[in-house]
Design a protein around this ligand. Structure first.
Ligand SMILES: NC(=O)c1ccc[n+]([C@@H]2O[C@H](COP(=O)([O-])OP(=O)(O)OC[C@H]3O[C@@H](n4cnc5c(N)ncnc54)[C@H](O)[C@@H]3O)[C@@H](O)[C@H]2O)c1
Ligand SMILES: CC(C)[C@H](C(=O)O)[C@@H](O)C(=O)O
Ligand SMILES: [Mg+2]
Length: 355
């Protein structure tokens, strides 16, 4: 029986997780499966209860599970805490402790959402299906950092650090993914300025030699941010660092209609994975029932696919989401249509999963 540690977190986290679990339980019924699902405190909620964002009990549960499903963490209440005591520090510790260095963020435009994308229709003729492969356990998020007092005020620093082995393993993930897609990798860096990016570029070049069937091009991150809007269909797999991937995936998500549509899987060598929507705790809409649960529901689909090899079940969820959208149902972030609240959207997906 697959063991899943569920971390609802803060803000809209628990709201979208509830809908993800509803869909998971519909899959259990449909396929006569049984998942061992347990919730644990994490993020701001855990700080309030235990004084730390990633308590030992939660850590032990995550480390002994087949998959971790996370809502989102953070909120104004904890914004003034020191960096390493914040809910977001718990998220970094979770990712690091699991060793899930490969963050896959598929930005897929579901055809019924063409109107919800801010792009002109003519730019979407070929659809939009980009896989952002983001390095997740290195780079500036984990490099040396600090704040020191100086003559006038303070000096604060964060350091982008990458070593060959970290770049190699994430590049392999990107090239392998490209082989199953349109066979194109765009590696995004800032090699005109940063030493770490120059090592990135050189290492990616080396790995690309093992993949003669995959086309590789390099792009500076500032240009990539622009090209995503100008000509998104040029991209297949975007391979990039932790911070650039964070930023570019939020940008790519909006092209698909809303950040509320983008799921993610964070993987390592074995099948264990962390699954989470790419959005945050959205304090501006928490408690209003406006949150779009589809990114979390699609993260459940990724969990079924990557950690459990339940491909049919994963496809059922993706098909159900497409059908719900085709039938005109929307959450408020997706623009015009039959507007549903968070719970109603979850129920609709369940209805279509059941068939
Ligand atoms: N993985 C995570 O847990 C994660 C990710 C990003 C941000 N955060 C945290 O979340 C908090 C808020 O950050 P932020 O406002 O920059 O980013 P956010 O992603 O929470 O929200 C950005 C905007 O997108 C909207 N939005 C996000 N998810 C949505 C959904 N499912 N449906 C509809 N609209 C949605 C929000 O209402 C907001 O207007 C911060 O504390 C931040 O650190 C956590
Ligand atoms: C909250 C933050 C630490 C996180 C990140 O930057 O990785 C978030 O923005 C994300 O995209 O998952
Ligand atoms: Mg982000």
């Amino acid at each position: 029986m697959f063991k899943i540690a569920v971390l609802p977190g803060d803000g809209i986290g628990p709201e979208v997780i509830e809908e993800g679990l509803k869909v998971l339980s519909a899959i259990e019924d449909k396929y006569k499966l049984k998942f061992d699902v347990k919730k644990y405190p994490f993020g701001g909620e855990a700080i309030d209860k235990y004084g730390v964002p990633y308590p030992e009990e939660t850590k032990n549960a995550c480390l002994s599970s087949d998959a971790v499903l996370l809502g989102a963490v953070g909120g104004h209440k904890w914004d003034d805490l020191e960096g390493d005591k914040r809910p977001e520090a718990g998220l970094l510790a979770l990712r690091k402790s699991l060793g899930v260095y490969a963050n896959l963020r598929p930005a897929v435009l579901y055809p019924p959402l063409k109107e919800a994308s801010p792009l002109k229709n003519e730019l979407l003729q070929e659809g939009l299906d980009i896989l952002v492969v983001r390095e997740l356990t290195g780079g500036i998020y984990f490099g040396p950092r600090g704040t020191v007092a100086i003559d006038y005020g303070f000096k604060a620093y964060d350091t982008e650090v990458y070593q060959t082995s970290e770049i190699e393993r994430i590049a392999v993930i990107a090239f392998e993914a490209a082989l199953k897609r349109k066979k194109k990798v765009t590696s995004v860096d800032k090699a005109n300025i940063l030493d770490s990016s120059r090592l990135w570029r050189k290492t990616v070049e080396e790995i690309s030699k093992r993949y003669p069937d995959v086309e590789l091009n390099h792009m500076y991150v500032d240009n990539c941010a622009m090209q995503l809007i100008k000509n998104p269909s040029q991209f297949d797999v975007i391979l990039t660092s932790n911070m650039f991937g964070d930023i570019l995936s939020d940008e790519a998500s909006q092209l698909t209609g809303s950040i509320g549509m983008l799921p993610s899987a964070s993987l390592r060598e074995d099948k264990v994975g962390l699954y989470e929507p790419i959005h945050g705790s959205a304090p501006d809409i928490a408690g209003t029932k406006k949150a779009n649960p589809l990114a979390t529901i699609l993260s459940v689909a990724m969990m079924l696919e990557y950690s459990f090899d339940l491909i049919d079940a994963a496809n059922d969820i993706k098909d159900a989401v497409n059908k719900v959208l085709e039938a005109g149902y929307r959450t408020f972030d997706l623009g015009k249509g039959i507007i549903l609240n968070t719970q109603e959207m979850g129920d609709k997906v369940v209805e279509y999963v059941k068939g």
